[in-house]
Ligand binder design. Structure first.
Ligand code: FAD
Length: 370
């Protein structure tokens, strides 16, 4: 682990302290927390120094994401949205957009990203949100996005929609007339991540709000933003597994039943062993994906799908084992393993569900065999 992360991790530890449980129960993180991390460049630490960022390698950014994920998955989710927004700007924006928007995203302004719609979930080709030109200088956005993580906190909404016969990503100020943000009530997990349904009704913006200024293919746009989202969720799940492993090992070493510590009951020991294997295999898959990002390897997209799938599946399984071992001691809302159990389940749904990741991996396997 590079030494340079020590200070950044200490900042997260001091901001989260023992508040994650309270934030989870309240369904809200004080907005000053993500703003402070954002102003330090830490919500999208991959942004190069030339654009005001910290220029973390993917491996550093991943380890840092895992650390945040081990403390609070809601805060990590806010970080995933910001990183995804910044990555989309990095990849699709023109020079001026990169300079101005990345400066905002590394100085405390917060962002959310919207793809999903009521009738477009796993199959985003069903997307209906429309971005259309009105004269030479204006575009108008009409549409409805659902479950936008961090939208309750966001200043900027990066919205994917139909444009010019293809698709585009447009950057919409959350305060623009015609934007309505409605918090998702009582999500199963990541309860303080600020998920919201957002409607856009005749939202008029300068044409310069369209990233890159021209229409792109929808699959290219989606692959770009989702690749970062999957990378970040995958590392966040490593953090969930580390938190579960620490809580479970500590509990099993200290609690005694039938005259010996729980850890020495072999069936409990098996839970611990499997949790360790789940954490290590998830971390290995993430490290491999990060090496691809750092080398700019063409395998980056598929290795990230694999890392996301392994990590989310392991986190859901590992968190369930953690609750099993802590039993009544972990069976209260807000407890670290109870939160992990709820949070990890959602990681199997977002940024490509288990089934969608399996379809992509199967396609890759067949293409490689051909
Ligand atoms: P559906 O697409 O209706 O799928 C239902 C089930 O069918 C799933 O198990 C799915 O895997 C399976 N299925 C669907 N199609 C196939 C297929 N072809 N083959 C096999 N199985 C299939 N969206 C955003 O745009 N931005 C966000 O920031 C965001 N954050 C989210 C945060 C959370 C906590 C959650 C729960 C969702 C978030 N979403 C976000 C939405 C998320 O991307 C979608 O929920 C996800 O893509 C699945 O879509 P769906 O819920 O409509 O399920």
């Amino acid at each position: 682990m590079p030494d340079r992360l020590g200070g950044e991790r200490a900042l997260v530890d001091s901001l989260v302290a023992d508040h994650a449980e309270v934030w989870d129960l309240a369904g809200r993180i004080p907005v000053g927390v993500p703003r402070e991390l954002g102003a330090a460049g830490l919500l999208c630490a991959q942004v190069p120094a030339a654009f005001g960022g910290l220029g973390f390698t993917s491996a550093e950014n991943g380890e840092f994401t895992a650390h945040v994920g081990s403390r609070c998955s809601s805060l990590r989710s806010v970080m995933t949205s910001q990183g995804m927004a910044a990555w989309t700007v990095q990849r699709l924006g023109d020079r001026h957009q990169r300079e101005s928007l990345l400066a905002e995203l590394t100085s405390g302004r917060l962002a959310a990203v919207g793809f999903s719609e009521p009738d477009a979930g796993s199959d985003l080709s069903g997307m209906r949100t429309e971005i259309r030109r009105e004269g030479d200088d204006t575009v108008v956005v009409d549409g409805h996005k659902v479950w936008m993580t961090a939208a309750c906190y966001a200043d900027l909404l990066v919205v994917i929609g139909r444009f010019d016969g293809g698709a585009a990503a447009v950057v919409v100020p959350a305060s623009a007339p015609g934007v309505q943000v409605s918090k998702v009530a009582d999500p199963l997990g990541c309860r303080a991540a600020g998920h919201a349904d957002v409607t856009f009704e005749r939202v008029r913006l300068p044409v310069s709000s369209v990233l890159g200024g021209v229409g792109q293919s929808l699959p290219l746009l989606l692959t770009t933003a989702l690749a970062y989202g999957r990378f970040s969720v995958a590392w966040g799940c490593v953090g969930i597994l580390r938190a579960c492993l620490a809580a479970t090992a500590t509990h099993a070493a200290h609690r005694t039943q039938s005259g010996i510590p729980l850890a020495r009951h072999q069936l409990v020991g098996r839970h611990l062993a499997e949790l360790l294997v789940d954490e290590r295999t998830a971390a290995l898959a993430c490290e491999r994906a990060s090496r691809c990002w750092d080398r700019g390897s063409p395998d980056m997209v598929i290795e990230t799908v694999l890392a996301k799938h392994v990590s989310a599946r392991n986190a859901a399984r590992g968190a369930a084992s953690a609750v099993q071992v802590l039993a009544s001691a972990g069976a209260q809302d807000g407890h670290v393993v109870a939160r992990a159990y709820r949070d990890a389940k959602l990681m199997e749904i977002i940024e490509g569900s288990n089934e969608i990741c399996q379809l992509l991996l199967a396609e890759h396997a067949v293409a490689n065999a051909a």
